[in-house]
Write a protein that binds this ligand. Sequence first.
Ligand code: ZN
Length: 147
Amino acid sequence: MAASSSTPRPRTTVAAEDYLEKIEQLISRKGYARVVDIAAELKISQASVTAMVQKLDAEGFVKYEKYRGMVLTSSGLEVARRIAHRHQLLTDFLRVIGVGDEKIIYDDVEGMEHHISPETFQAIETFTRYLEKNPGVAAKIAASARK
Ligand code: ZN
């Protein structure tokens, strides 16, 4: 569902969004997220992860207890789901316009997902769904590049 541009959104940095995205993935995959797992997945030191998680706790995005791990608060979950939705849609978008290399797609999406306004995101979503429903159009565009 489209959020109006006046919907208040928690302010988050790129790093915070990456952490919340990763914490959500770990919790859905393993049932929990520990500092050691986040550090391994984001390739960051455990000390840096701990500092960031404490910051996210202070800002109300996670509840962190040193020996019990962490859970996302409702605003943390909202950010994580927004980023996960963007990640999926932008992946679909790059695939449907003909980017074939999954590593390039992943790396580009990891950057793009943080930097696109709601308006542009909405337009990309409409365009992507249209191309998916009309594979002939996507094929024509792809063929035009080979001429
Ligand atoms: Zn992502």
